[in-house]
Design a protein around this ligand. Structure first.
Ligand code: SF4
Length: 436
């Protein structure tokens, strides 16, 4: 018999296995981080397969006295039935993963995990193509939402006893501001909370060009190895002008032609030589990257745009952001460490990517963004208590990395999922609570 997830069952599972609920739900594949050996249980599924490229990274890391390990992955290494009775299938390493849906059911996305489970309750109605444009409230409590059917243009008002806002970092902030909920952040005075603490991910990238050939066409979105030696307080910061750090990772995503045909920097950008070098290095170039901590700054924030509007006539979200000196110092330090690892891996040439002089949304934007509706211990300085409940409106929950007061040296998703699934009870008052 298939089981529907219950709080009681989750508590039993948690006691017996001491694995994070999101990992059990998602079937996370992985192995122990040698710098965090206190983990009591293995991941639900074994680590993903290694490859010659990853092996090279691991050997180089060990030669340098570092502690590499296989990246935890929500591409599943073997067929797995989660505690809700949903089956996830073994990853095929097809190479079209991180920006694509999975046709094998091997990626722990909601369509193969929580949505089928919710549907089995008989109490869940999935309304696709519904674009929520406002949260209705009476000043004290949320009373529903307004949404537009994007196919017909018809508007609906949906009453609700509880509203859970889960529309990603930027839109969570936007919908609250648009619905006149919470106090908008004002960078001039530092007052207000909605929109503050917007943080990015500082992402050093160093590309190594090798004589040896690897098979870079095969891969998976989270197939990789990583190390934590330069993250958090895992290293000596004496004489370093920054705090925190970043995880350093090699990933084998599966390279796609044209999009990822790296060639050494002095190669012409068109013509015969460009083609020859692109072909030569398609399987001989490897990036080593980092996810570096991003700390909040008073002048980095989200607000409603005074000029630009969407097709419904509602203001777009406006991002006011630039890198800080802290970001640059951290970036340069981690970049140097990525380069050392690539040299130890045997790269003939190592090319770091420079951090832009000023932040620009072009040519690409990191989607690991956080803040705007942050968690905290004080309603004066935060939007949510540690149950992700609005201080000002206790039947409105805001879920997502928008709750992070700063962005650490890892992907945000594990923490977001742990928060979402791991809350054992909710508060019925707005009394101050301690943030864990
Ligand atoms: S690589 Fe990604 S998309 Fe391909 S089978 Fe594995 S999980 Fe699915």
């Amino acid at each position: 018999m298939k089981h529907i997830w219950t709080i009681k069952r989750w508590k039993q599972n948690r006691r017996s296995l001491n694995t994070l609920p999101i990992e059990k739900m998602a079937g996370t594949s992985g192995e122990l981080n040698p710098l965090r050996p206190e983990r009591e249980n293995d991941y639900p599924t074994p680590p993903m397969k290694s490859t010659p490229m990853l092996d090279r990274f691991v050997s180089a890391g060990k030669n340098l006295g570092l502690h590499p390990f296989r990246l935890p992955s929500a591409n599943i290494s073997e067929t797995y039935e989660n505690p809700d009775g949903e089956t996830l299938y073994q990853c095929q390493y097809c190479g079209f993963c991180e920006k694509f849906g999975c046709e094998y059911g091997a990626k722990s996305t909601p369509n193969v995990t929580v949505i089928p489970t919710a549907k089995k309750t008989g109490n869940f109605d999935l309304r696709t193509r519904a674009n929520v444009t406002a949260i209705h409230h009476d000043g004290k409590r949320a009373i529903g939402v307004r949404y537009v059917d994007v196919q017909t243009g018809e508007e609906f008002d949906q009453p609700a006893d509880i509203v859970v806002l889960t529309s990603y970092t930027l839109n969570n902030t936007r919908l609250l501001l648009q619905s006149d909920i919470g106090r908008p952040y004002d960078p001039a005075t530092g007052s207000g909370v909605i929109g503050k603490n917007y943080c990015y991910h500082i992402t050093p990238v160093v590309t190594g060009f090798f004589k040896d050939k690897f098979n870079a066409a095969m891969g998976a979105g989270s197939l990789g190895s990583t190390l934590d030696d330069y993250n958090n307080d895992n290293f000596d910061h004496t004489n370093l002008n920054f705090i925190h750090g970043g995880s350093i990772t090699i990933k084998q995503l599966g390279k796609r032609p044209i999009n990822e045909n790296a060639a050494p920097r002095d190669t012409p950008t068109w013509g015969k030589e460009f083609k020859a070098e692109s072909i030569k290095y398609f399987n001989r170039s490897i990036p080593v990257t980092s996810q570096g901590t991003s700390l909040p700054h008073r002048n980095n924030y989200l607000s409603l745009d005074p000029t630009y509007k969407d097709s419904y006539g509602n203001p777009l979200i406006r991002l006011t952001y630039d890198f800080t000196e802290h970001d640059r110092t951290l970036h340069d330090f981690i970049t140097e460490k990525c380069g050392e690892i690539l040299e130890e891996m045997g790269a003939e040439t190592v090319e770091p990517r420079e951090l832009m002089e000023h932040f620009d949304i072009v040519p690409g934007h990191n989607d690991h963004i956080t803040g705007g509706v942050i968690i905290g211990a004080d309603p004066e300085t935060s939007a949510l208590n540690n149950y992700l409940q609005m201080w000002d409106m206790d039947n409105l929950f805001v879920i997502g990395a928008s709750a992070f007061p700063h962005n650490g040296g890892y992907n945000p998703t594990g923490t977001v999922g742990h928060w979402h699934i791991g809350q054992q009870k909710v508060s019925s008052s707005t009394e101050k609570k301690t943030v864990h």
